[in-house]
Design a protein around this ligand. Structure first.
Ligand SMILES: O=P(O)(O)O[C@H]1O[C@H](CO)[C@@H](O)[C@H]1O
Ligand SMILES: O=c1cc[nH]c(=O)[nH]1
Length: 232
């Protein structure tokens, strides 16, 4: 058992899907996995292990934001020997061609947070996703008839920004979408020498101001879940 995960050694698979929402973790376990065991309920941050097409895989809620994700990713890798972390999250689009329900694969993650600058004493680390996992996810998406958007995303410390036009500067530099965890995920994976990838579904658009309700974010982003499980 680690500080935030109430599992025993061996309870967690080598590959872990990480949605921000613990109820999305439950949805994935209930709908995609067989022989499921719930190994964590600490803080309501559900974690499950089961099998997908015969392969052992776990799903662990990360909570929202860089500090929360950092705690779970660190403990999964450092204490439970996890080798592959695949975030399955929602995001807000910065580009007109990135539409609601589209799939975004995060090649890299920029940030407005100081979390990496603190770690690197003021210098800039460039957090990138695992090339093998990116290749696998793109190939799987194409097999499924999906054309994913692959590129840079923003991991923001702020959901309700005081400056409503903040996103336009990032958009001008080709950043596809905003979420709140990946820059930490990729940095922690680099620290421990494990693989990580973030796959996102567009839940809202800063360009058009459209958005999907919470129940859709919990239960309907099944293409992203399937891509993640297939590359697990
Ligand atoms: O849907 P999840 O995975 O939680 O991801 C996004 O949604 C949350 C904000 O609503 C943040 O965690 C952001 O990264
Ligand atoms: O972090 C997030 C996630 C979805 N949509 C946003 O605007 N921000």
């Amino acid at each position: 058992m680690s500080v935030h995960i109430g599992a025993k050694q061996g309870d967690i698979a080598e590959t872990v899907l990480m949605p921000g929402d613990p109820l999305r973790a439950k949805y994935i376990a209930d709908n995609f996995l067989e022989d499921v065991v719930c190994y964590n309920k600490v803080r309501g941050m559900y974690g499950y292990t089961g099998t997908y097409k015969g392969k052992r895989v776990s799903v662990q809620g990360s909570g929202m934001g860089l500090p929360s994700l950092s705690i779970y990713a660190h403990e999964l890798v450092n204490e439970f020997m996890v080798k592959k972390l695949i975030r399955v999250g929602s995001c807000g689009s910065f580009q007109p061609e990135v539409e609601l329900r589209d799939i975004v694969i995060a090649q890299a993650a920029s940030t407005n947070s100081s979390i990496n600058k603190n770690r690197f004493k003021g210098m800039d680390f460039a957090p990138v996703g695992s090339f093998d996992l990116i290749m696998g996810a793109v190939a799987k998406a194409m097999d499924m008839g999906i054309n994913p958007h692959v590129g840079n995303i923003l991991s923001s410390d702020v959901f309700y920004d005081d400056e409503p036009e903040f996103w336009k500067q990032w958009a001008k530099y080709g950043v596809l979408a905003v979420e709140m965890e990946t820059t930490a995920l990729y940095t922690i994976a680099a620290k421990f020498g494990v693989q990580a990838l973030t796959i996102l579904t567009v839940s809202d658009s800063l360009v058009t101001q459209q958005g999907l309700p919470a129940e859709d974010r919990e239960k309907t982003f099944t293409q992203m879940m399937e891509i993640a499980l297939e590359i697990a």
